[in-house]
Design a protein around this ligand. Structure first.
Ligand SMILES: NC(=O)c1ccc[n+]([C@@H]2O[C@H](COP(=O)([O-])OP(=O)(O)OC[C@H]3O[C@@H](n4cnc5c(N)ncnc54)[C@H](O)[C@@H]3O)[C@@H](O)[C@H]2O)c1
Length: 410
């Protein structure tokens, strides 16, 4: 039996504390009066000093008018408020006579823990970020049957402190949950992007509903049911590897055409504009990264793969050429290597000197779903002293060539 304290026993904290109290000795503290048959509500000094683990479940509120119950998309974006978390940390610092394991479960934006909370907590304590995927109305059931448990630590080490928290959770969980252990920042990101993925998904299916209402002869359920059964590409892990952007003869132009349809049927918004704008800015950001590498190392830029994907010749809708466009826009030249590309403009057959390569093609990721696991083989010799920027983060490091895994900043 462990000694556990909850600071903040509101809608989330109280139910979670009561679940823990079935197996452990649990205390709760709140700035508002609270009561419970299972949790001992006490003052902050007792809570801090009688608990080995201290869970913080205080609010991280949005500003007035930012809950989404009334139009908010015109408002200036704002971060959540972290005053209550800071207050809880200060209270732990003030009252704790020994060292504590502090676990924050409130929702915060990626980067907040490392920037705001950890520098504040006295170094004798340890800090974990452990957000919950819990919905109102089923808090207790959700807590012991979660889709996953996220445990964030300074370096993402799965053993040590994260392992201890995992052992604690194993005493109350009912569904043998999946544990996702990462850095504080990664767990902040998993939590918030989990929620916003859901918003994006609902936004898409409701858009089909809007089109159904305007175009006629469409039952939205027929469409979404067919999409929901599409486990080969849409539902499931496919396209969940960040890398080069959406490309080819169909997808970009379909989005571009749907911008027209959204206007034609006056649905009042243009999700495709946002999707296409994001695709372009992502290409521009990648181009800027290549340009920075090129300037810093005084090396030319080569894009390895010009066709929109490996094994085909088609350059139509290619994301490689979109990245190339932005490289040229920043004033640097670019060439491509690709034995198949049907557009030979700026394509070279060999690269004799060191260069910054963008590893645009990855056969394995593109074709794994067909069972074909062959890796992309280099289309040319890679000279000693080159830099490979791998947006798929698959290439191993090499003695003669430095490999940068774009998207991994651990
Ligand atoms: N409610 C949910 O379903 C849910 C699910 C996942 C995550 N979260 C997150 O958990 C956090 C808490 O949410 P909630 O719904 O329980 O909020 P809540 O407002 O219901 O509860 C927070 C509690 O903290 C107390 N409190 C405020 N400031 C305090 C302080 N300085 N010291 C001690 N106690 C203080 C409040 O009096 C209140 O009882 C938020 O970050 C929220 O985003 C909530």
């Amino acid at each position: 039996m462990k000694k556990i304290g909850f600071i903040g026993i509101g809608k989330l904290g109280l139910d979670c504390a009561e679940v823990m109290a079935e197996k452990h000795e649990v205390r709760g503290y709140d700035i508002c009066p609270r009561s419970s048959n299972l949790v001992k509500v006490c003052d902050i000094d007792e809570l801090v000093n009688e608990s080995e683990w201290i869970f913080i479940a205080v609010p991280t509120p949005h500003a007035e008018g930012y809950d989404g119950a009334a139009p908010s998309s015109h408002l200036e974006p704002q971060d959540f408020g972290y005053d209550a978390v800071i207050d809880a940390i200060d209270k732990i610092n003030t009252h704790a006579r020994g060292s504590k394991k502090v676990v924050l479960i409130s929702t915060v934006l990626p980067g907040t823990t490392r920037r705001e909370f950890v520098p504040r907590l006295l170094t004798k304590h340890q800090f974990l970020y452990n957000p919950y995927l819990i919905a109102m109305g089923s808090v207790k059931w959700d807590m012991v049957n979660p889709e996953m448990i996220m445990i964030g630590t300074k370096d993402g080490n799965p053993n040590a402190l994260a392992g201890e928290l995992r052992e604690l959770y194993d005493t109350v969980m009912q569904n043998n949950p999946r544990y996702e252990i990462g850095t504080w920042d990664e767990c902040e990101a998993i939590k918030i992007f989990y929620n916003t993925f859901i918003s994006a998904k609902i936004g898409l299916v409701n858009m089909i509903q809007d089109f159904a209402m305007r175009i006629g002869h469409i039952n939205v359920d027929t469409v979404t049911h067919a999409l929901a059964q599409s486990t080969m590409r849409i539902m499931g892990p496919k396209y969940m590897t960040a890398g080069m952007g959406d490309a080819g003869a169909c997808h970009p132009r379909d989005n571009i055409a749907l911008r027209w349809l959204a206007k034609e049927y006056n649905i009042g918004y243009d999700l495709f504009d946002t999707v296409m704008h994001a695709r372009e800015m992502q290409a521009k950001n990648l181009a800027q990264f290549l340009v920075d590498q090129s300037r810093a190392n005084n090396l030319p830029i080569v894009i390895h793969g010009k066709a929109y994907k490996p094994d085909v010749e088609y350059c139509i809708g290619s994301y490689s050429t979109l990245v190339g466009f932005y490289i040229k826009q920043s004033g640097l030249p670019v060439v491509y290597v690709d034995p198949l590309a049907d557009d030979r403009n700026e394509v070279v057959s060999s690269v004799d000197d060191p260069a910054v390569f963008l590893w645009a093609h990855n056969r394995k990721i593109t074709y794994a779903y067909t069972g074909n696991q062959t890796d992309t083989q280099p289309y040319c010799d890679i000279a000693v002293g080159s830099i490979i920027v791998d947006p798929w983060r698959q290439l191993p490091n090499h003695d003669d060539v430095s490999v940068i895994h774009y998207g991994n900043t651990r």
